[in-house]
Design a protein. Structure first.
Length: 256
C-alpha cells in the first residue's frame, strides 16, 4: 500500500477509535446530521415567525439562532429513539423545534417582546387547530355527506379532544382525497348513521410520515448574526483592491 494511503487509513482508524472512545457512533452521527438537514425548513419557518413578531435587537439575534440550532439537533436525535406510540415524525420534530425555541425566548426576550410573542404564538396555534379540524371535517363531508348537525358534533368532538399530533392532518390535501387521516373512531362513528358508518369503516386512513417541506429557502444567517454580515462585507471590500494590486504587478504589454 502506498505511504499516503497508509497515512489516510491510519487517520481514519484513529478518528473512528476516538469517536467510539467518546461513546459516539459514527453511523448514528451521520443519521443525526441527515435529520438536521431535513429539519432546516421547519427551523427557518420558526425563525421567520420570531423575526416577524419580536423586533429583535442585533445582540439578541445570534442567541435566538443558536437556540434554534440546538433545538434542531435535539429533535434530530429524538428521531432516532424508539417511539412509545405511533407518531408522525415530521410533525413531532417540528413541534420539538417550536418548543425548544419557545423556552429559549423566555431567557432572551424582554418582557414586552415575550408578551407579544406569546400572544402571536397562541393566535397561530389556535388558527392551526381551527384549520386542521375544519379541513378534516370538510374532507369527511365530501364522502359521508354529513348534515349540519353531524358536522357540528364531529367538529365539537375534535375540538374538545384536540391533540397537537393531529396537525399532520393539514398535509392531507396533497393526496387529492385518496387518503384520510387516522381520526379516532370515537369522535366520528357515534355521529353517523348505518350507511355512513359502512363508508367510514372502508376509508383508507393513514398517518403522514413523509417529509414534505416545500421548496428550499435561502438561509438568512447574515441577519441572524451581524458578525457574519460584517465579515462578509469586509471580505467583499478587499476583492477590488486585490484585483487592482494584481493588475499592477503584471508586466506591461509591449506596443505593436
Amino acid at each position: 500500500m502506498p505511504v499516503r494511503s497508509q497515512v489516510i487509513a491510519t487517520l481514519a482508524l484513529l478518528g473512528l477509535s476516538t469517536a467510539l472512545a467518546r461513546g459516539q457512533d459514527p453511523a448514528q452521527d451521520a443519521r443525526v446530521q441527515q435529520y438536521v438537514q431535513m429539519l432546516q425548513p421547519a427551523m427557518w419557518r420558526e425563525l421567520d415567525f420570531v423575526r416577524q413578531v419580536c423586533d429583535l435587537a442585533p445582540e439578541q439575534r445570534p442567541k435566538v439562532k443558536a437556540a434554534a440550532d440546538a433545538a434542531v439537533k435535539e429533535a434530530a436525535k429524538a428521531m432516532l429513539q424508539p417511539q412509545r406510540q405511533a407518531r408522525s415524525m415530521p410533525t413531532a420534530a417540528a413541534q420539538m423545534i417550536h418548543d425548544g425555541v419557545h423556552e429559549a425566548l423566555k431567557m432572551i426576550l424582554t418582557s414586552e417582546q415575550l408578551e407579544n410573542y406569546s400572544a402571536e404564538d397562541a393566535s397561530r396555534t389556535a388558527a392551526t387547530k381551527h384549520a386542521t379540524i375544519s379541513g378534516v371535517v370538510s374532507q369527511l363531508d365530501g364522502v359521508l355527506f354529513l348534515n349540519a348537525e353531524q358536522r357540528e358534533k364531529i367538529t365539537a368532538a375534535l375540538d374538545s379532544n384536540w391533540q397537537r399530533e393531529w396537525e399532520q392532518w393539514l398535509t392531507m390535501h396533497q393526496y387529492a382525497g385518496q387518503y384520510f387521516p387516522q381520526v379516532p373512531d370515537q369522535h366520528v362513528a357515534p355521529h353517523l348513521n348505518a350507511d355512513q358508518k359502512t363508508v367510514w369503516n372502508g376509508l383508507q386512513k393513514v398517518m403522514i410520515n413523509a417529509w414534505h417541506n416545500g421548496p428550499r429557502r435561502q438561509a438568512d444567517d447574515n441577519w441572524w448574526d451581524p458578525d457574519i454580515a460584517a465579515k462578509a462585507k469586509a471580505k467583499a471590500a478587499k476583492l477590488p483592491a486585490a484585483k487592482g494590486k494584481a493588475a499592477l504587478l503584471q508586466p506591461a504589454k509591449k506596443a505593436k
